[in-house]
Ligand binder design. Structure first.
Ligand SMILES: Nc1ncnc2c1ncn2[C@@H]1O[C@H](COP(=O)(O)OP(=O)(O)OP(=O)(O)O)[C@@H](O)[C@H]1O
Ligand SMILES: [Mg+2]
Length: 278
C-alpha cells in the first residue's frame, strides 16, 4: 500500500510547480521526526544543521512545529524577523551561515499561539517551502512536531521528486519501541528513506567519576540503524536554555559536543549510501 497518491488537478499541479520552483536550488531535504514529544528533535535538527555548516555545506532550517516552535530559541534568533520582498517572498533569518524560517519569526507578539487546524497547517508548510527565497542550499533541515500528523504527511506527500530523507530521533527504553515502529511504518508507507536513528539521552556519564548510567534503559534498535548516541548532558541543556547551541557545538571540547559535530558527516555518508542503493 502506498500513500503517495498522485492526484492531478489545476490546483495540485500549481502547488507542485510552485514547490519545484521554490526549491529548485535545494539539493537535499532532511525531515527530523520522532514518534513522541520531547525526545530532542529540535536539538538534533539544529545540531545537524550546525554540523553540516561546519563541514562547509550551505544549510537552511525550517521550523515546521507551529504550535511549539523552538528553533529560534535554540539558535538564538528569537528577537529577529523573517524578511519579505515586495513580491511577497520570504527571506530567511541568517545565523552562523544557517538560514532559519519559522512562523515564530513572523509574529509581532511571540506569545501569540498558532491556532490552526490540519488543512491550514498543510497549506502553511507548502507556502513556507515554496515561497521562501532559500537560495542555493546543500541541505534543508525540517524540524517537525512530534508524531506522524499533518506536517510530516504534507512534506512527504508534496515533495515527490526532490531528494527527501528522514532522521528519526528517539530515547532508549521499551516503552517507546511501538511508537518508534509507528514512525518507521509511516516513512515506509510514504516511501521516504530513513537514514537512521539518533538515540538521544542514551546514557549519562558522571562528570566526577566517569561512570556511565543508562538512565532510560537500553536501546532497542539494530546497531546499523544508529547514527549517533547522545548522552544526557547538563552543559548541553544549559547551552540550549541560553540560546547558545551554535557556540557550544563549535567550541566545546567535551564528548557531547563532539558527538553533535559528528552528526553532519554521518548523515551525509548515509545519504550517499541511500543514493547508491536507490
Ligand atoms: N541530550 C540532552 N541532554 C540534556 N538535555 C536535553 C538533551 N536532549 C534534550 N534535552 C532537553 O530536553 C528538552 C526537549 O528537547 P527538544 O526541544 O529538542 O525536544 P523535541 O523532541 O524537539 O520536543 P517537542 O516534541 O516538544 O518538539 C529541551 O529543553 C532540552 O534542553
Ligand atoms: Mg521540537
Amino acid at each position: 500500500m502506498s500513500f503517495r497518491v498522485r492526484v492531478s488537478s489545476p490546483a495540485v499541479d500549481a502547488t507542485s510547480k510552485a514547490l519545484e520552483e521554490g526549491l529548485k536550488d535545494v539539493k537535499n531535504i532532511i525531515m527530523v521526526l520522532s514518534g513522541k514529544g520531547g525526545v530532542g528533535k529540535s536539538i538534533v535538527a539544529s545540531s545537524l544543521a550546525v554540523s553540516l555548516r561546519m563541514m562547509g555545506r550551505s544549510v537552511a532550517i525550517l521550523d515546521a512545529d507551529f504550535h511549539g516552535p523552538s528553533i529560534p530559541w535554540i539558535l538564538g534568533v528569537e528577537g529577529r524577523y523573517v524578511g519579505a520582498t515586495l513580491e511577497g517572498k520570504l527571506v530567511p533569518v541568517e545565523v552562523g551561515g544557517i538560514g532559519v524560517v519559522s512562523v515564530e519569526l513572523m509574529l509581532n507578539v511571540r506569545t501569540t499561539p498558532i491556532i490552526w487546524r490540519g488543512p491550514l497547517k498543510a497549506r502553511a508548510i507548502t507556502d513556507l517551502l515554496s515561497q521562501t527565497l532559500w537560495g542555493s542550499r546543500d541541505y534543508l533541515i525540517v524540524d517537525l512536531p512530534p508524531g506522524t500528523g499533518d506536517e510530516p504527511l504534507t512534506i512527504a506527500q508534496q515533495l515527490k521528486v526532490r531528494p527527501l530523507a528522514a532522521v528519526l530521533v528517539l530515547t532508549p527504553g521499551h516503552m517507546v519501541k511501538h511508537i518508534v515502529m509507528k514512525a518507521k511504518e509511516f516513512l515506509n508507507l510514504l516511501e521516504v528513506p530513513l537514514l537512521g536513528v539518533v538515540a538521544n539521552m542514551s546514557y549519562f556519564r558522571c562528570p566526577k567519576c566517569g561512570a556511565v548510567t543508562n538512565i532510560f534503559g537500553t536501546l532497542d534498535v539494530g546497531p546499523d540503524e544508529v547514527i549517533a548516541e547522545i548522552p544526557v548532558d547538563q552543559e548541553l541543556a544549559v547551552a540550549v536554555e541560553r540560546s547558545q547551541l551554535i557556540d557550544y557545538i563549535t567550541n566545546n571540547n567535551g564528548e557531547t559536543a563532539s558527538i553533535l559535530r559528528s552528526l553532519g558527516p554521518r548523515v551525509e555518508e548515509r545519504l550517499k549510501q541511500v543514493a547508491r542503493t536507490s
